[in-house]
Design a binder for this molecule. Structure first.
Ligand code: DHB
Ligand code: FE
Length: 286
């Protein structure tokens, strides 16, 4: 059976791609951010996942405002990226696991999440930047299942819906017959707003509250509406929906192994976390 080893939360700011290409890891601006991935590398070397389920939002590379699914699941054996106009190197393709994708899609639809299924899917910086941060070597030692959540065009799914969506994927993973080790990843956030009158807005106090609550009581965050969330975190802070889905997919006992919170990376409050997922020990009947 598949095992969900844990979850990782990561920002996906495109400027990181340029910093990686220019080897700026020890530059004073970047060092406190990149250092936050030392633990991630240690943990990945220890847990050795085979597959990553990546919850992310597409920013207009694969889907645009004319057709934008609320939830879409990739079902390909390879995912390519393309130039998005950020002036960063285009990522090499990332291998997929189409068999696992179809298992998840079947389980989601049976569970009343009527997802868009994508046998071809371009992945943007919201997948490639966290991947490059987590696995900085010259080859990807992992396959992915990219799972898109609409955080771009309103109406967006609620925090509660995304938590439940993640839980459905978590249950589906645990019922998968192959002995795979799976890491779930949520990308984007935390607070940021890229345009409009509040461009540059960051809310550290609220971000820290979210990072505290998401570990043991993610339900506490579901009382915020999407409009509350925009008010508290900026118009792109809604990328936290990807984190809610990642947390939902951790269906075991969850503990925070590592947290790095750094302001700013570009216009964004960047958070990097590692959550361990321990299977609930089945209780013996009395
Ligand atoms: C930035 C943040 C994002 O989430 C994104 O998708 C693009 C840019 C930024 O802070 O520059
Ligand atoms: Fe983004």
């Amino acid at each position: 059976m598949a095992t969900i080893v844990g979850g990782v939360g990561s920002t996906h700011v495109p400027a990181i791609g340029k910093a990686i290409a220019e080897k700026k890891h020890n530059d004073p601006y970047w060092k406190p951010f990149f250092k936050g991935f030392d633990y991630v590398h240690y943990w990945l070397a220890r847990t050795r996942p085979d597959v990553a389920v990546v919850f992310y939002n597409d920013h207009g590379l694969n889907f645009f405002l004319d057709k934008l699914p609320t939830f879409a699941v990739g079902a390909a054996n390879e995912y390519r990226s393309e130039d998005e106009g950020w002036g960063i190197p285009v990522s090499r393709p990332i291998p997929g696991d189409a068999t696992l994708s179809w298992h998840l899609i079947n389980a989601l639809v049976a569970d009343e999440f009527d997802v868009t299924m994508c046998q071809e899917m371009l992945i943007d910086h919201a997948v490639t930047i966290p991947m490059a941060l987590m696995w900085p070597g010259p080859v990807w030692p992992i396959k992915i299942v990219p799972v898109e959540i609409n955080t771009v065009q309103h109406p967006l799914p609620s925090l509660e819906r995304c938590l439940k969506f993640g839980r459905s994927i978590g249950r589906a993973l645990e019922s998968y017959e192959q002995d795979l080790r799976v890491v779930v990843i949520g990308t984007g956030g935390l607070s940021h707003q890229l345009d409009g009158a509040r461009a540059g807005f960051i809310n550290k106090e609220f971000d820290l509250l979210c990072l505290d609550k998401i570990v043991a009581e993610p339900e506490a965050l579901t009382r915020y509406s999407i409009h509350d969330w925009v008010k508290e975190t900026g118009s792109q802070g809604v990328e936290f929906l990807n984190w809610m889905a990642m947390r939902g997919a951790l269906t075991g006992r969850v503990s925070e192994l590592n947290r790095n919170y750094h302001i700013p990376i570009s216009n964004t409050a960047a958070a990097t976390v590692v959550y361990e997922n321990q299977k609930e020990v089945a209780r013996k009947a009395a």
